[in-house]
Structures are given as structure tokens and as C-alpha cells.
Design a protein around this ligand. Sequence first.
Ligand code: KIV
Ligand code: ZN
Length: 512
Amino acid sequence: MTTDRLIIFDTTLRDGEQSPGASMTREEKLRIARQLEKLRVDVIEAGFPAASNGDFEAVKAVADTIKESIVCGLARANDNDVRRAGEALKGAQAGRIHTFIATSPIHMEKKLRMPPEQVIETAVKAVKLAKSYRDDVEFSPEDAGRSEPDFLCRILEQVIAAGATTINIPDTVGYTMPEQFGGLIRTLRERIPNADKVVWSVHCHNDLGLAVANSLSAVMNGARQIECTINGLGERAGNASLEEIVMAVRTRRDYFPCDTRIDATQIVPASKLVSGITGFPVQPNKAIVGANAFAHESGIHQDGVIKNRETYEIMRAEDVGWSNNKLVLGKLSGRNAFKQRLKEIGIELESEEAVNAAFARFKDLADKKSEIFDEDLQMLVSDEAVTQEREHFKLVSMAIHSETGETPTAKVVMVDGPDERKAEAEGSGPVDATFRAIETIVTSGAELQLFSVNSITSGTDAQGEVTVRLKKEGRIVNGAGADTDIVVASAKAYINALNKLHSKLERAHPQV
Ligand code: KIV
Ligand code: ZN
């Protein structure tokens, strides 16, 4: 059996960013893009350049920086979007324009209000324009899962003739069943006369929990590119998860006729980075990257694994990047050792000032915690990037009083733009009191939708990682913060979310 290459197209920075609250800044996108390059993904969809100037700049920065992966920009099938994508990708060593238009009866009639013939013309025109910027052009018939196969055959034959090099079949609303979706890919490949001129790709959403199964079924029917995201992040229930796709294909080499070029040891670091930046925690029982994915609780399982690991393990934790909480640095480590370790785990800070600031935070942390792990460094640098970027509000100091039988109180001192302000509040617990004190200063009126605490490493001296989700006037933002004191971590996360609300990072949605 020959082994084809399965192209991994990562859309964490585009579809992943469409998850409520997951908006990323240019710097955050760059950090994730560098990690995706280390992971050796083939294509990084960096964003939707026409969405906002911020996203244009982010795609441009990724295109100018990344050398080992193709950088892709999304564009609706119209002149402005395609031109913006072409301009953002100008500096890319290898760039791709991904243009799309909806093809299902319901989308064409109710959303686009276009007759099918006009949809075909619009798609062909967009592909031809994209071709004038880049040779590498991908076309997607949005909502293909609910489109008529006859119509798909007609439009796809024409966009291939117009120069598309990849045809991506999205199950936009996560509606199809694995056998049906695989059958659709087979039908299109068999019926479209010029089907052999392109790479067939799939993009599955997880509304019925079938995104990975549908993608893998498509692979068995000839798809050779999968669009996916780290941790399965994405619109609504998310996209197919990169880690599950990659490890399914690799673990079952006996079954799949293809493999990827992914460096699987970078999967867990990528998962942690994306979770830290977006503030989307990973559920403990998530395959591959969940904290329990390789933990054996029952005595029978533990006994089996001790006798022979393969009795209950089909993959090795270390192969996907779970380190044994390797001790990396301590209180006496110097600036050079710190910088070197950051480099080894793929973090390159942009300036010497940024290194100095991160090193100062490292020293503070090492005073509180004797052993510093890679996970701590990742979090410390995330925290640093966050505070450097959007600093309208900043925590200066805080004091908590919490005693059995007494009402907890919190005193908070914060920077609020040019001013330093103080407030004090009571609450049902120390976190509640802290949030109330902060709110006294900021008066955001935002609704707290989620508050979650995880420990970054093991041990009672571990840093707590807190995620806070706030909603205001229909906008949702996530904030993250870490500290050995979880009340301080909570304050940082809350302030991080408030800064995001304050920065009013607005962008258009590609599918609206
Ligand atoms: O889900 C979808 O249809 C998309 C397209 C833009 C590919 O994200
Ligand atoms: Zn999508």
C-alpha cells in the first residue's frame, strides 16, 4: 500500500477565532503561528484580512514571518475580500488565497439571495482574481454538506477550470453522517471531469460530535487535506480537532493510506498555548490533550499498564508532547539560561525589553515556587504578552481578608488609564469580593458568564490558571491569568477580560 501525504490545514487562527470570546491580537496570532510552524502543519489559515484592519495586519505579520508552512488568508467571493487577502499575503514565501461562496439552496436563496447561475459566475470571477495574486488558490462551496451534488459538480468543475488548486468541501453546520460525507467526496471525485487536477480537502464542524469521524471518512474516500484546529476550537461546537486527526491517522497506519508530516511532540505545547491565549480550557477527558488522556485510575488498568503498557495504551504520552513536568529552571537560574529555555520551547520574545520584563516576572515566580516548569514559562510569557498589549487597566496591588465566620473583603489598587484608583468590597468569598472591588473601579456592567480555575502543574505550590468570560452588549471576551495565589490569578483574569472589552476589537464575520 502506498502512503500519500495528508495535508494538515490548520484554521485555529481563522475558524478557531470565530468561537465567541476567542478573538486574538496580532501578537497572539504570531505566537500561535510560530508554534504551528514548529508542529509542522502544512497550511496555516491566519485570518480573514477583509474583516478588520487588525486582522489584515495579523495575517500580514504571519505571512511575513512564517517560512516552513503555507500561509493562507480567507476571502468571500468578492473583489474587495480577494484583493485584501492578496495584499496581506504579499510577503509570504508560500501563500494561499481561500475564497468561498455558499451553495446550498437555503444559503443561496435566503442568505445570498442569488440564483444558482449567479453563484457560479461569482465563484469563477473570485477564483480568477485570486489567481492574479497567487498560484495557490483554494475554493470552498460553503454548506456543501446540505448542497445538491449535481450543483456542486457544476460549480466545482468551473472553478477548477478557472484555476483553483484545492477544492475544500465544508460541512458548515455539522449535519452530515460519516458514510454520507465520505460518499459525497467519492461522488464529486468520480463525477467531475477535471477532479484529478486538484487536491480534495474537507472542513467539518462538530455540531453532532462527528467532525473527526466525517473528516476521516472523507480521507478513506480520497480527501488528502483536512482542515482542523488545535483543541477542536471553532465556530459553535468547533471544528475537527487537529490532534485527534493526526493521532488517528498515525496510530492506525495499518488502516489509513496516508500520513502527515506533523511533529506530534509539539501537540501538547500547541494545545496549552492556544488554551492559554484564547482562555478556552481543555476538558480533562479530551482525547490526546486532556489532562486525563493518559491517566489510569482503576486498579485493573494500572496493574495492566505496569505489566505491559500496551494492555491499555495505544499511544505514548511522550509522543504527543506530555513531558513529565520536567524541572527546567529555579531561583538561581540566570537571564541567559532563562532566554535559552524560552528558545528551546519555541518562545521568541520580540525585544530585549520584553525578555527583561519576562525575566523579572520569572524571578518573582521563582521566589514563590521553587521549581519552574515549561508550562509555567509558557504561562508567564502569555501573561507578559497580555499585560504589555492592552494595558488600560492594570492590577497594582491587592489585599484580601478571609476568615471563618467573617465576611471576606478585598482591597484593590488598579491603574485605570492615566489614573491609579483604589476600591474595597465585600463578597461571598475572596474572589467574589475581589471582582466586586474591581467592578467598583471599572463599572463595566459586564455579565460574568464563566469562571474556571485549573492548576498549571502539580503540587500545592503550582500556579493556578484562571479563565473568566464576560459578556457585554452582545460581545463575549475571555480573560486568562495565572499566579501561585488563585485570588490574584482571578483578579488578573478578570482585568484581562475587561481590557479586551475596553479595546473594542471588532471584526466582521466572514459568513455573515
Ligand atoms: O464552515 C465553513 O463553511 C467555513 C468556510 C469559510 C470554509 O468556515
Ligand atoms: Zn468553518
